[in-house]
Design a protein. Sequence first.
Length: 270
Amino acid sequence: MLDSLPELTENFLRPLLQGGALVTFLLAGAWYPRVREQKLINPDLVKNLLNGLVLFGFSVIAIGLISEHIHWGLLDLKDQPWVLQFLVAFLCLDFARYWLHFMGHRVPFFWYFHCVHHSAEVLDASTGLRMHVVDFIQLAIIPILLFNVIFEQMSFGVFEAAMGVGIVFDCFQHSNVYWDVKKPFQKAWHRVLNNPHFHSWHHTRDGHLCDGNYSNTLIIWDRLFKTEVTQEQAPELMGLDGDQRLKNTVIGWQLLQAAPASAQAEADST
């Protein structure tokens, strides 16, 4: 039974954590909203959840099989203190995600798929589930490389804890929670950690003018590499310009189908 705990953790606790974070920050966004007229249950929420279920199924079947057969382990940390293992795992994961996100915006091939995520015009805790399967595979490769290739098997719970922090922050940063960076606590948080105000500037429709804020959890990466674009007030419009808009369906996202001309013209007029 104890030997099966890591597998049980990966297959059940991570989805439970994501579900708990999703519900928590959806409710928090409804209670203390950034966009007051935004409804808790909206069409994009349903589509995001459906897309997330499809990607989860793909993860269990395809990525699970791949990671099961790759166990190289070039560096051995399992005899080190648990906290040290966690810090190394978390920092490596967060740093790698920053650079993958940077590539998703600055390299045209990667943007071709990452634009699905940025097609969202309504941000809530489910928006992180809105992505193309190719984008999802890129994200999945990072923990496989880190924890199946580079590092020897770590102590129980280290990998899941490091992944769990990212899962919670993904729901939080996309949420509709109002985050006033002028208040003492929020201001202190904003110096180091991601939040809905910081990330809203990553999703601004004017991203072609101020493209940045790529960090997942620690926003020090954007500060260090000069890619922060946060402004004092949250942006009014999210999503993509008219000529980049996608058909707002799960199939439309995965097939990268352009939005109807009428929808593109409407986006241009707003």
